[in-house]
Write a protein that binds this ligand. Sequence first.
Ligand code: ZN
Length: 392
Amino acid sequence: MIQSNVIEIAKRLIAYPTTTPNECGIYEYICELLKGFNALRLDKNEVKNLFLYRVVGIDSSIWMKKIELGEYQGELLHFCFGGHIDVVPAGEGWDSDPFIPEIRGEYLLGRGSQDMKGGVAAFLDALNQMLKKEEYSKPVLFSVLLTSDEEGVGIDGTRYALECLETKNLIPNYAIVAEPTCVNEFGDMIKIGRRGSINGILTIHGKQGHVAYPDKCINPVELLGKRLGDLAGYDLDLGDENFMPSKLVITDIRGGMEVVNVTPNELRIMFNVRNNTLTTKESLENYIKKTLEGLEYDLEIKVSSDPFISQRQGTLISILQDSIHKITKHKPELSTSGGTSDARFFAKYGCEVVEFGVCNDKIHSINERVKISDLMLLGTVFSEVIERIKGV
Ligand SMILES: [Zn+2]
């Protein structure tokens, strides 16, 4: 077992230039670090996924054997840390090499330091600490699921890996995805859900003609005109205690030939809905159908990600909240703000999943950096969570 700590681990992870979907050998280091865990590679196409698992407690070796032999039926409590080892490209203009980690004052600099090699380092360290302790408690399955394609299209990453794990009865009951979630101070926010995203293209058909003979044209601008207010900025639901309303946001409208004497043949409208769990692709389609009744149009709608929500009173959420409070004295806000994350894939299987990690103020930016104290505290919070999970 490598003797190490969270900062050392974070530095090692940052030094692998793992822009999506490259893995660059980082899994070899991680497997070496968590030597007591069994490793399963769940790669697909160029995406590299790694699942590490270890049963701790009474009869752990019997359970490990069962899993290895494919005889495991999901009997144990299973807790998983999820994350991604890929990073977005570094870009130009850094003060130092983005893949040579550098400690500057109270910060550790490097691409991925916040998103999310810092979070990965914290749970690897916590699990490494766990392995050093003898266990005589009831058996619990601990695992890690990593992908090299979170910043990319995300089809062959966590989503695919979970499909594989389902066939082996290895879907976790609880999962923490260690994305950076805190806002102003470490410990101030947990994400308990995320909105989904639906993209749409609406084409309203008319009949082109001379502007002086409007009765001979069908002007799609006029067709849309009266109904635009029921689309642009329209709240498709009222939202709830977890989410704000799902708003239909128009991002582009175009039609015509940039002249003043010809009416357009058609009008193309692009839009996006960041939807909560109250609005679905189907309900959106129905709403548009009702709103545009009588018009000739084509509608293309694509779901780019589904929303998810974990119950506020859930076991994992209270364990995590209590652990954060114990270590930081913060009572973290339970939020669903921000874009999407791989946590949504866990939620699909009924797993209670939340996201918690370091502060998010420099992700994807030049000179990305993480507060060293955030990393140390995150490792301690994760150790606390592990101890409490054993008592569930
Ligand atoms: Zn991330």
